[in-house]
Design a protein around this ligand. Structure first.
Ligand code: SF4
Length: 322
């Protein structure tokens, strides 16, 4: 497997500004020392509760926000060191699909103009080429050319998300961050959009970071899964391995929260209780220790490193220390 991205020691903090004086009175610790490879043509699922840092990680990888430290290596170059001008090619290669198709499409623009925007931004002027590509992409997302003369409000949520996906892939990117792309949609529509993303991934040889809080969707679409808790990756493994042989108590708690019909689940040990601790003041030691039923004394003071379960499975928990 060849890496498309190597993410090294990535840290992100947001300052909390005092409203009156403009002083920094603290920080929100959004990402803590993230190390992660994303391989060519894979879908890496990123799962965790709301506030765990998933979207911040996706935005840092695309350099939509600047992390405070670390590296994001894309094809042997650190994109965090690149200027706006130098990022031009990267912007064509890496795109974002937003969560909410009601907000991400400009209501004043016709669909044709929405799909034409990426060409304008990238100074592509050949009208014939643009028209051909727009028609091709509309067909690829299962819609008809007649939509091009209409406005976003004339479409359902699922149709709008198809259009948003078309805009993201129209310049044939290599990499997509799909940030909760179905969570704003009706359950009946979610499967259609997830299947569309899978078809497009295969058709266009895409690599994808698929962000969701919903493990059942992550299980369906992903090749590998990374579990995030309070700004850290706590477990990463191939999909089947993670579901059959998960090691982190937080992963177990997330799996126990997935509704299962007519299955006699034997291993229902952890029910996740309480809220995520404040990222302004994260717990010392293992960040999950305030909610972990297996907590030991050392978990409260010592920080667990990543332990290898096998070549493709790592976990940040003292229970897996050898
Ligand atoms: Fe629980 Fe300790 Fe493992 Fe953290 S390191 S998940 S507190 S057992």
């Amino acid at each position: 497997m060849k890496e498309l991205f190597k993410i090294k020691n990535l840290n992100m903090q947001y300052p909390i500004i005092d409203g009156l004086m403009g002083n920094v009175k603290g920080y929100v610790y959004a990402l803590n020392n993230i190390n992660l490879n994303i391989y060519e043509n894979e879908i890496l699922g990123l799962v965790g509760e709301s506030g765990s840092g998933k979207s911040t990680l996706g935005n840092c990888i695309l350099k939509l926000i600047n992390p405070v430290s670390g590296e994001v290596i894309f094809k042997n170059e650190d994109i965090l060191k690149k200027s706006k001008k130098e990022l031009k090619n990267f912007r064509k290669s890496a795109q974002l699909i937003f969560q909410n198709p009601y907000m991400s499409l400009n209501p004043r623009m016709k669909i044709y103009d929405i799909l034409k925007e990426p060409f304008i931004v990238n100074v592509i002027k050949n009208k014939k080429e643009i028209n051909e590509k727009i028609i091709k992409i509309v067909n690829l997302i299962g819609m008809k050319e007649e939509i091009l003369n209409r406005y976003p409000h004339e479409f359902s949520g699922g149709q709008r998300q198809r259009i948003a996906i078309a805009r993201a892939i129209i310049l044939k990117p290599e990499f997509i961050v799909a940030d909760e792309p179905v969570s704003a949609l009706d359950v009946s529509i979610q499967a259609q959009i997830v299947n569309l993303l899978l078809e497009l991934k295969n058709h266009l040889n895409l690599t994808m970071l698929f962000i969701s809080h919903d493990l059942s969707i992550i299980k369906y679409i992903s090749d590998r899964i990374a579990v995030m808790y309070l700004g850290e990756i706590v477990e990463i493994a191939e999909k089947e391995e993670l579901f059959k042989n998960h090691k982190h108590p937080y992963t177990e708690a997330l799996l126990n929260a997935v509704p299962v019909i007519s299955e006699n689940r034997k291993n229902k040990k952890i029910i996740l209780e309480g809220d995520l601790p404040s990222p302004q003041n994260p717990p010392k030691g293992c960040k999950f220790h305030t909610r972990c039923p297996y907590v030991m004394e050392k978990c409260k003071t010592e920080y667990p490193s990543f332990f290898d379960i096998n070549d493709n499975h790592k976990v940040r928990c003292f229970l897996s220390e050898k």
